[in-house]
Design a protein around this ligand. Structure first.
Ligand code: 13P
Length: 251
C-alpha cells in the first residue's frame, strides 16, 4: 500500500527567520498528519528549519544538490552538507532547474544516483512543456525523462525514489491538469516503471503530482488511483493552504 506523500517546495521564498517561524507552525499543526509530509526550504534556511523540526514527523528536504560530493564547484551544495543537516529527501530535475538552469537528463541522473548512494530519497521531477503537450509528445517526454533519470538505478534502490509528475504548463500558472488527465500520465509513468523494472516496482512507486495544487483541488487529484501525493509550490508557503493539503482526506 502506497502512503500518500505531500511535499512543500518553498523555492526561493522565506528568509531564515521566516522559514524557522513557518516550520514551527507546521510542526505543531502537522505532527499527527495522516500522510508523509516534507518541506524543502531554501539552502540558507535548512539548518534553522532542521533544528525546529527535530523530533517531529515532518521530513526535511532540499530543492537541489550538486552531482559531486566535493570539489571546485562554486555556488553548489554537496550531498554531504545536506546529510549533516538532517535532510532526508532531495528534489532533483525540477522543471525550473531543467529549463532555466539548463540541467540535462544526464546531470539529473548523476544526482539521483549520488542521492541514493547516500541514503537520501530522490524526488525525480519529470513533465512536459506546453509545446510538447500540443505536439502529442507527453508520453515520449516523460518516458525519456524516466529512463534517463533512472539509468543505472537498481530495482533494490527504488524504495528511495519518488517520481513527481509536474507538467511545466501547470507550474505557478493556476492551470492544473484535470485529475483524469494527470492520472493518465501517472499511469504512463507506472507502466514505464513496470517495463524498466517490474510490476511490483511499479505498484510500489510513489508518484506525486505537482502544478497549481491547492486546497480545493488536492483531494480530487489524490482520489485518482495513480496519484499518490503532491509536490506543492505556491500553496506550500502559507499555513492556510498547506495544512489542508497535507491533511487531505481521500474520502
Ligand atoms: P506551484 O504549486 O506553484 O504551481 O508549483 C509547483 C511546483 O513547481 C512544485 O515543485
Amino acid at each position: 500500500m502506497r502512503r500518500p506523500y505531500i511535499a512543500g517546495n518553498w523555492k526561493m521564498h522565506k528568509t531564515c527567520a521566516e522559514a524557522a517561524a513557518f516550520a514551527a507552525l507546521l510542526r505543531d499543526a502537522l505532527d499527527d498528519a495522516p500522510h508523509t509530509v516534507m518541506v524543502a526550504p531554501p539552502f540558507t534556511a535548512l539548518a534553522a528549519v532542521s533544528e525546529v523540526l527535530k523530533g517531529s514527523a515532518i521530513l526535511l528536504g532540499a530543492q537541489n544538490m550538486a552531482a559531486e560530493e566535493t570539489g571546485a564547484h562554486t555556488g553548489e551544495v554537496s550531498v554531504l552538507m545536506l546529510e549533516e543537516l538532517g535532510v532526508s529527501a532531495v528534489i532533483l530535475g525540477h522543471s525550473e532547474r531543467r529549463h532555466t538552469y539548463g540541467e540535462t537528463d544526464e546531470l539529473i541522473n548523476a544526482k539521483v544516483k549520488l542521492a541514493l548512494a547516500h541514503g537520501l530519497t530522490a524526488i525525480l521531477c519529470i513533465g512536459e512543456t506546453l509545446d510538447e503537450r500540443e505536439a502529442g509528445l507527453v508520453t515520449a517526454v516523460v518516458e525519456r525523462q524516466l529512463e534517463k533519470g533512472l539509468q543505472g538505478v537498481r530495482e533494490a534502490q527504488l524504495n528511495g525514489v519518488v517520481i513527481a509528475y509536474e507538467p511545466v504548463w501547470a507550474i505557478g500558472t493556476g492551470r492544473t491538469a484535470t485529475p483524469d488527465d494527470a492520472d493518465s500520465v501517472h499511469r504512463v509513468v507506472r507502466n514505464k516503471i513496470a517495463a524498466l523494472y517490474s510490476k511490483r516496482a511499479a505498484d510500489d512507486m510513489v508518484i506525486q503530482y505537482g502544478g497549481s495544487v491547492k486546497p480545493d483541488n488536492a483531494a480530487g487529484l489524490m482520489a485518482k488511483p495513480n496519484i499518490d501525493g503532491a509536490l506543492v509550490g505556491g500553496a506550500s508557503l502559507k499555513p492556510e493552504s498547506f495544512i489542508p493539503i497535507a491533511r487531505f482526506d481521500r474520502g
